[in-house]
Design a protein around this ligand. Structure first.
Ligand code: SF4
Length: 352
């Protein structure tokens, strides 16, 4: 990886005030599109482009955005399930994958992931007890001790080990399977859990149970969460801070209460206005998002949201906005010319 010192990364690094447990700078991943007689690269899907953020120890960072915005690719890059084109990730102050940093294998013990599809995440031929004990056994923990740990974890995630430990994935409900996945993720005693749409496939009643379980486990095991979801209500319920992504880039990041009560970026405002609310006070009267997101193979120039933004101006198509603080709250950052002093946008505040 490179040092990831893009303008956005540098600006974010300079401003963020939290003590980072996970520090992401200038992360970038383009997927080549092959074609032609010679099967050459003819284009690139710009899945993640210059993404930077921090996660503090013990917090839950929610990541939201439409399908295809790069949320899940970001999660896979954090776990190094795919190699980034550039950018850096530090875990607890150590650069992941560097000679003098933290080896990827060691990082994967401390950072675990729970996926959306609870069935394909499990080995259909392994009973529950073996599934949960597998990781510790691979990492050298004696089999009896690993099995005892598995039984304890099953109990902690709300499954009676005596009833469930010999069952196979097809004998479990979706909620039970996801509990097993959480137990398996905890089996190596990680410090960070990345939850990628982990409750999205569950029925609403089961979803609430698993969410509350995750909140309890976070306290009990002293965990840090990166919680990825397209469900804005769920993200609000579990998160301390929220990061909003659009077409592979971060457009807004800040404390959850601040962003949900006072969203600044036009995309965040449109996104939040599209969620149903029973409370008229909480409804944001904003023009709804129109049209589909642009093709990530050929994203719009300048601000990638300008083709759908009601406030777009000539400067928006020309220059890419950089994440900057707005007002006094240094924790709330927005990438929008309209909010950047001296950006050239007619609605931008005057430079101080
Ligand atoms: Fe809209 Fe321009 Fe702001 Fe982008 S930079 S969100 S196009 S006003």
């Amino acid at each position: 990886m490179t040092d990831g010192s893009s303008p956005g990364a540098a600006a974010t690094a300079a401003r963020q005030r939290i003590d980072p447990f996970l520090e992401v700078r200038g992360l970038k991943k383009y997927f080549p599109v092959k074609g032609g007689v010679l099967n050459r690269t003819i284009a690139n899907v710009q899945a993640v482009d210059d993404v930077s953020f921090d996660v503090a120890k013990g917090e839950t960072l929610g990541i939201v955005g439409e399908s295809g915005c790069g949320k899940s690719t970001t999660a896979r890059l954090l776990m190094r399930l795919i190699e980034p084109d550039s950018g850096t990730v530090h875990f607890d102050g150590r650069l992941i994958g560097a000679d003098n940093g933290i080896p990827i294998r060691e990082m994967r013990r401390q950072v675990q992931m729970v996926f959306q599809d609870s069935y394909s995440s499990l080995n259909a031929r392994l009973p529950v007890e073996e599934t949960v004990a597998f990781g510790p056994i691979v990492h050298g923990i004696p089999r009896p001790e690993a099995r005892e740990r598995a039984r304890r974890l099953l109990y902690d995630v709300g499954l009676d080990a005596s009833r469930f430990m010999k069952r196979y994935p097809h004998e479990l409900s979706g909620g039970q399977r996801q509990r097993v996945n959480v137990a398996r993720a905890l089996a190596l005693q990680p410090r960070i859990l990345i939850l990628d749409e982990a409750v999205s496939a569950l029925d609403k009643s089961v979803e609430a149970q698993v969410l509350n379980l995750l909140l309890d486990l976070k306290q009990e095991y002293d965990l840090t969460y990166v919680f990825i979801s397209h469900d804005l209500n769920v993200v609000q319920y579990v998160s301390d801070r929220v990061l909003v992504m659009y077409l592979g880039q971060v457009v807004e990041i800040g404390p959850v209460d601040e962003i949900y009560a006072n969203p600044r970026h036009p995309y965040t405002r449109a996104l939040l206005s599209s969620r149903p609310s029973m409370d008229p006070e909480l409804r944001i009267t904003e023009p709804p998002l129109s049209g589909d997101p642009p093709n990530p193979i050929n994203p719009p120039s300048g601000c990638r949201f300008h083709t759908r933004c009601a406030f777009a101006n000539e400067v928006c198509a020309r220059a890419s906005p950089v994440l900057s603080t707005f007002g006094d709250d240094t924790r709330h950052e927005i990438a929008c010319h309209m909010l950047s002093p001296g950006s050239g946008h007619p609605d931008a505040p005057a430079p101080s």
